[in-house]
Design a protein around this ligand. Structure first.
Ligand code: S3P
Length: 429
């Protein structure tokens, strides 16, 4: 077990970049792998989760050079060019990796088995297995296919019109990838819009994706043409520094080249509502994704409420948002966020426990939290529950706590942001 000790800090200052977007990095190895031609990727996230996805694609016959670096060359195999893997595909900690691959593999002509670590094996897989079965997929697994390991015997698929009960980009993307292999049209309607990186990337690679209100549709059999991809910085990684600079007096930080896809910028909206001093400049596009440089300066925060359509746009930022809420004036209320219970950990329980240890009054709901802000936290021993974002959130909390904060199981940070501590230390001067 790795632990990290944190003490109160002086102002954070400087200019950083954050590592490449995790969602886009997962998608590019899968989509590049079934495209025709050579895809060059720069800014790829070199973290455990995305490297596992790249390795899985290599096991499926895709040629990928540069694993372990930020520049990949993917020699796509075309829609029908993947082949049966010799061994189990291990997606480690990644829900995106396993669920998107389930969609990609359902319509192949071969057998595959997917699994992951103890956390991933606890997470719900029925949300993709069930609609994929409606398309004709042959999926089994633990608890009747509700949990990994998941076994897929490739089969002929047909398009369906699926109304998803949850706003989930993983469900949507899994069905879109399966839709390439299905006869007819596959449509997915979500209750609220989730991140749309898959739709944007598929279009960039030449696929026709229809979109009307909350429904996305794809026709089977379309060809994808390889392209040149620059991955923007991950706003979910930048979020830790947006909050850090907002809570530490005197801070002034610039984060360059951050993806600002509107389906991901909930954190900026919420922090601005709380009174944060955040400025976006140098707005431009990296191919099919909008990017900006972000300046954030210390500003006193006030409590807020986050619920409804803002939740999917902020979904991965709730751990760090809880820290912002804990240091805001007044109460912060998070509702409609039941999905947080089935992320890499139960993030509602994990954040409530750690913040209580740091002296914060918290009320837990099934779908959220009520946090009563304080001026300064008390240093404490906080558990990460093997969750990268919980670990990083408590490290940031420690910067504004009296006494030492010890965060346990911090090795999990390398699933998404191996360079996190170096970036943070560089801002301490
Ligand atoms: C992701 C979608 C979100 C998010 C996850 C990454 C993606 O999950 O929490 O970290 O890349 O599609 P859901 O789609 O399950 O909400």
């Amino acid at each position: 077990m790795k632990t990290i000790k944190v003490n109160i800090t002086k102002a954070l200052k400087g200019e950083i970049t954050v590592s490449g977007d995790k969602s886009i990095s997962h998608r590019i190895v899968m989509i590049g792998g079934i495209a025709e031609g050579r895809t060059r990727v720069t800014g790829f996230l070199t973290a455990e989760d995305t490297i596992n996805s790249a390795r899985a694609m290599i096991s499926l016959g895709a040629e990928i050079e540069g694993i372990g670096t930020e520049t990949l060359i993917i020699k796509g195999k075309g829609l029908r060019g993947l082949s049966e893997p010799e061994n189990i595909l291990d997606l480690g900690n990644s829900g995106t990796g396993i669920r998107l691959l389930m969609g990609l593999l359902a319509g192949q002509s071969f057998f595959s088995v997917l699994t992951g670590d103890a956390s991933l094996r606890k997470r719900p897989m029925a949300r993709v297995a069930e609609p994929l079965r409606q398309m004709g997929a042959n999926i089994t697994g633990r608890e009747g296919g509700k949990k990994a390991p998941i076994a897929i015997t490739g089969s002929k698929l047909k398009g369906i019109d699926y109304k998803s009960p949850i706003a989930s980009a993983q469900v949507k993307s899994s069905l879109l990838l399966a839709g390439f292999y299905a006869d007819g049209e596959t449509s997915i309607t979500e209750p609220m819009k989730s991140r749309d990186h898959t739709e944007r990337m598929l279009r960039f690679f030449g696929a026709e994706i229809k979109e009307k209100d909350l429904t996305v549709s794809i026709k089977g059999g379309q060809r994808l043409n390889a392209g040149e991809i620059v991955v923007p910085g991950d706003i979910s990684s930048a979020a830790f520094f947006l909050v850090a600079a907002s809570i530490v007096e005197g801070s002034d930080v610039v984060i360059k080249d951050v993806g600002i896809n509107p389906t991901r910028t909930g954190i900026i909206e919420v922090l601005k509502n709380m009174g944060a001093d955040i400025e976006l400049f140098n707005k431009r596009d990296f191919g099919f994704e909008p990017v900006a440089d972000i300046r954030v300066r210390y500003a006193p925060l006030k409590g807020t409420t986050v619920s409804g359509g803002l939740v999917p746009r902020t979904i991965d930022e709730f751990p760090i948002l809880c820290i912002a809420g804990a240091l805001a004036d007044g109460e912060t209320i998070i509702r409609d966020a039941k999905e947080l219970r089935v992320k890499e950990s139960d993030r509602i329980a994990a954040m409530a426990e750690g913040l209580r240890r740091m002296g914060v009054e918290i009320e837990e709901f099934e779908d959220g939290l009520r946090i009563v802000g304080v001026e300064r936290l008390n240093g404490a021993r906080c558990r990460s529950y093997s969750d990268h974002r919980v670990a990083m959130a408590f490290i940031i909390a420690g910067l504004k706590a009296d006494g030492e904060t010890v965060v346990e199981d911090t090795e999990w940070i390398s699933t998404s942001f191996p360079d996190f501590m170096n970036k943070l230390n560089s801002l301490k001067g």
